[in-house]
Design a binder for this molecule. Structure first.
Ligand SMILES: NC(=O)c1ccc[n+]([C@@H]2O[C@H](COP(=O)([O-])OP(=O)(O)OC[C@H]3O[C@@H](n4cnc5c(N)ncnc54)[C@H](O)[C@@H]3O)[C@@H](O)[C@H]2O)c1
Ligand SMILES: [Fe+2]
Length: 391
């Protein structure tokens, strides 16, 4: 057992209040109220290139329009958004003027919107505002309308961007762009295709698992993480099988949100470090890159992380033996089975990785800031072994 969950007296904690959350079918209708409550009558909507075709963008714009809120829209966000996209969106936001930034879409749109909200309020370019730099001015207020149930990006003020010139991830962010409102409307996720439902749901599950095992885990993050694993573990296969099952969609979007709260408090670990590097090299979908290595990283880490992995088994409703090593093995097996069941556990080769890329991907994983929170020390050779097994 990770003692910090059991001995809160020894844990120093400061938890910032998080966003105002509206959860439930049709809460997207509350958008005009959210814009009003962040002090604006104008909204700059940031979304990705696919969102108009889903009908969701039209619905959001109609809701704002009916309430007399003036809107402009930036639709240029791509999966795994770049610093270039943020600079382009920020230039448009500056031209539109003071407004609430309404982020509509998956983690890509939410992350890009946070970057746009910072850069629009400050002069400079996206890569100047990595999360370690204090921007001279706070960002524009952000309202999040997630349309995937995965990243939990609505819970924090950070965005993961790709810097195409340097081929690395840039973490952009500031407390001022943590969404002030998040509208968690499961109906918006009903049209998400099975493959994307599986990939994004696995992302949420990994957030819960890595958060529980992270060096930064604490009693509060563990509470969020275990409930996240319970909700996602019990609904993902159903939502992939039948996207219209609103109960499963509701469990998933709430689970993903709680997992986001968990990771924001605890940090993540090596599964994310490796997956970010795989995506940098191949453009692979985030959730699929994670799932390719998830159970192998757990297996390799189990000698030091048996206690948190045993909690994963418990959260997934699996019978416990009381022996953490045995229960951790059960969790690893269950996670692998679920990933196979939803079709998200692919060989890395199918994501575009070849053997020659492995040393470069391993170096990238070592350099990624999320990896330092992993509970077990690792070398480049360890990561190469994991990648080779997942190939
Ligand atoms: N800030 C954070 O805390 C955090 C955490 C994890 C991941 N991320 C980032 O989030 C990004 C991944 O986000 P994602 O997994 O949500 O995917 P995404 O935002 O890239 O979207 C994937 C695809 O799904 C489509 N889509 C989204 N919602 C839809 C819907 N309801 N119906 C039909 N199609 C829909 C989009 O158009 C897009 O083509 C990555 O860039 C990752 O780095 C951020
Ligand atoms: Fe993630």
């Amino acid at each position: 057992m990770n003692e910090s969950f059991d001995t809160p007296a020894g844990t120093a904690l400061r938890i910032e209040p998080h966003a105002h959350i509206d959860f439930g079918a049709s809460v997207v209708e509350h958008l005009p109220d959210a814009v009003d409550r962040v002090g604006h009558r104008r909204a700059f909507v940031v979304t990705d290139q696919g969102m108009r075709a889903t009908g969701i963008l039209g619905k959001v714009l109609a809701i704002l329009d009916r309430a007399g809120i003036e809107t402009a829209c930036y639709e240029g966000v791509e999966p795994n958004p770049t610093t270039r996209t943020v600079d382009e969106g920020a230039a448009e936001a500056r031209r539109f003027g003071a407004a609430a930034v309404v982020a509509v879409g998956g983690g890509s749109a939410l992350d890009a919107a946070k970057g746009i909200a910072i850069v629009a309020a400050n002069t400079g370019v996206a890569r100047d505002f990595d999360y370690t730099a204090e921007p001279p001015w706070p960002g524009l207020p952000v309202i999040a309308v997630p349309t995937t149930a995965g990243t939990g990006a609505e819970t924090n003020g950070f965005g993961v961007l790709e810097d195409p010139a340097r081929r690395c991830k840039v973490y952009i962010g500031h407390a001022s762009v943590r969404p002030r409102f998040a509208l968690l409307d499961p109906e918006l996720t009903v049209g998400l295709p099975p493959r994307a439902t599986a990939a994004t749901g696995m992302d949420a599950l990994v957030h819960g698992i890595e958060s529980l095992a992270a060096k930064g885990a604490n009693p509060v993050s563990a509470a969020y993480a275990t409930q996240a694993i319970r909700l996602v573990g019990s609904s993902l296969a159903t939502a992939v099988d039948d996207g219209t099952d609103l109960e499963a969609r509701s469990r998933l979007i709430m689970g993903a949100h709680l997992a986001g709260l968990a990771l924001t408090l605890s940090g993540l670990g090596l599964v994310h470090g490796i997956a970010h590097s795989v995506t940098n090299h191949t453009g692979a979908v985030h959730g699929l890159a994670l799932t390719s290595v998830l159970d192998r990283v757990m297996q390799w880490s189990a000698d030091v992380a048996a206690a948190p992995y045993a909690l994963v088994a418990q959260a997934m409703g699996l019978p416990g033996s009381g022996n953490p090593d045995q229960d951790a093995a059960v969790a690893i097996g269950a996670v692998r089975d679920l990933a196979e069941d939803v079709g998200a556990r692919l060989p890395l080769r199918e994501l575009g990785v070849d053997a020659g890329m492995i040393p470069g991907i391993a170096r990238g994983a070592l350099d990624d800031i999320v990896s330092v929170n992993h509970p077990k020390e690792f070398s480049g050779r360890d990561v190469e072994t994991i990648l080779t097994a997942a190939l």
